[in-house]
Design a protein around this ligand. Structure first.
Ligand code: SF4
Length: 420
């Protein structure tokens, strides 16, 4: 099925999907929010997934764990709520550093319809003044792994207090170093002075959820935050539609969107970003010869596919064959959809066998995909890039443009070396 979106044809496929579940987001969210703890209510499979996604946790006090549901819980023979209350009580006694506790739902907890919303309310009341308990779902019933962060932020937005103070909010978990770089740009462009206040969401400490209200304007830093966008609008905040800050063009357009919304002259932005752009151009010059003219394919996985395809085409000269996206929210992606390279097929959803058949016929130079697909493709002699790495690595902003290009260049240069 094809649907026209302005002048872009989007093919919709429905079939078997190959993606990680939303629990994966805990890996970067627990690093971002230093006072938060993520308690997955799930199975041994969930615990294994977390351990392997996070690497072997050798430090003594990790900030996530799995409350493993036993067969008798799943069969409804025991009171899972009582057991959960006991686990949380023990955890809070042992860990005074936890200020916010996230109960994270999984496939098993959803199958037995364990109401984690009610559990969070009950536990918040029981431990009032000691810890705030929130809940969200990271189950594999969602479409893709980045929806875990979206669901977590949505839960925090719903718990945010009200303010009518003017502020600009940057939404999406970013590495601290990237936030610091953006902070310097907000100062030098005059955006911070016009906004009065700039807040990042999620905050570095989950207990410090910024207040939200009718004078909150927000920019999304990540393209997968659809539920968070809607939750902010429900709190009367205003979305500033923008391209995403990947590469020079995306970062400049993102800053322009903030400047326009706040009444800051674009010339003031241009002046402040001239030096960072020059640095980014220099970094990109190094990788462009390795990437130019190479054919690139995105399997639907992280939801970063559209902005990355735009960057790799416009700034690195790659030819884009197919951009698979797990789902397409036309409001979140409105500015990126205007930039889809002409040669690219945009496919929403997945029918993995059909997609792999197409891919094998076209044999791209590089395929961005999940881990489960990468190994078999490598075995067939095709180069791959793990899409999850693009979420774990700092890739936003001017100063990371070269690093982002390098992530795509590395598998190509490795293949070149092996074939020499
Ligand atoms: S939440 Fe579901 S998909 Fe994710 S690890 Fe647990 S059982 Fe598997």
């Amino acid at each position: 099925m094809s649907t026209a979106l302005d002048d872009i044809a989007v093919t919709v496929e429905r079939g078997q999907r190959e993606v990680f579940c939303g629990l994966t987001g805990i890996v970067w969210l627990h690093r971002k929010m230093q006072d938060a703890f993520f308690l997955v209510v799930g199975s041994r499979t969930c615990a294994h997934l977390l351990q392997s996604a996070a690497g072997v946790m050798i430090f003594s006090e990790p900030r996530f764990a799995t409350a493993i549901m036993q067969e008798k819980d799943l069969a409804g023979l025991s009171d899972a709520n009582e057991e959960l209350d006991r686990i949380v009580h023990r955890l809070l006694e042992r860990r005074p550093d936890i200020a916010t506790l996230f109960l994270v739902g999984s496939c098993p907890s959803e199958v037995i319809k364990l109401d984690l919303g009610r559990a969070a309310q009950r536990l918040s009341t029981a431990h009032q003044g000691r810890v705030r308990v929130l809940n969200y779902s990271g189950s594999g019933i969602e479409t893709t792994f980045t929806e875990g962060e979206d669901a977590c932020l949505e839960a925090m937005i719903k718990a945010a207090p009200y303010t009518d103070e003017k502020q600009l909010m940057i939404v999406g978990a970013l590495p601290d170093i990237v936030e610091d770089q953006f902070d310097r740009l907000f100062d030098s462009t005059g955006i911070r002075a016009a906004a009065l206040k700039v807040n990042y969401f999620p905050p570095r400490r989950a207990a410090h959820i910024p207040a939200i209200g009718p004078n909150t304007q927000f920019l999304l830093a990540q393209p997968f935050l659809n539920a968070s966008r809607r939750a902010l609008i429900e709190k009367s905040a205003t979305h500033i539609p923008a391209m995403f800050p990947f590469g020079i063009n995306g970062t400049r357009a993102w800053l322009y969107a903030a400047a326009d919304a706040l009444g800051v002259e674009r010339s003031s932005v241009d002046h402040a970003i001239a030096a960072p752009i020059a640095r980014a151009q220099k970094a990109l010059e190094h990788y462009r010869p390795m990437l130019e003219g190479k054919r690139l394919w995105f399997m639907p996985d992280s939801q970063l596919e559209l902005p990355l395809a735009r960057f790799m085409h416009q700034e690195c000269g790659m030819e884009i064959l197919e951009v698979g996206v797990p789902y397409l929210d036309r409001k979140t992606m409105s500015e990126e959809l205007k930039m889809v390279p002409e040669t690219a097929r945009v496919v929403e959803g997945q029918d993995v066998d059909k997609q792999l058949d197409r891919l094998r016929i076209e044999a791209p130079d590089l395929t961005v995909c999940g881990l489960g697909i990468a190994n078999p493709l490598e075995g067939e002699g095709l180069s791959t890039k793990w899409s999850i790495e693009l979420v774990f690595t700092p890739v936003h902003g001017f100063d990371q443009a070269g690093d982002l290009a390098e992530l795509f260049a590395r598998p190509l240069s490795r293949k070149q070396k092996l074939s020499v």
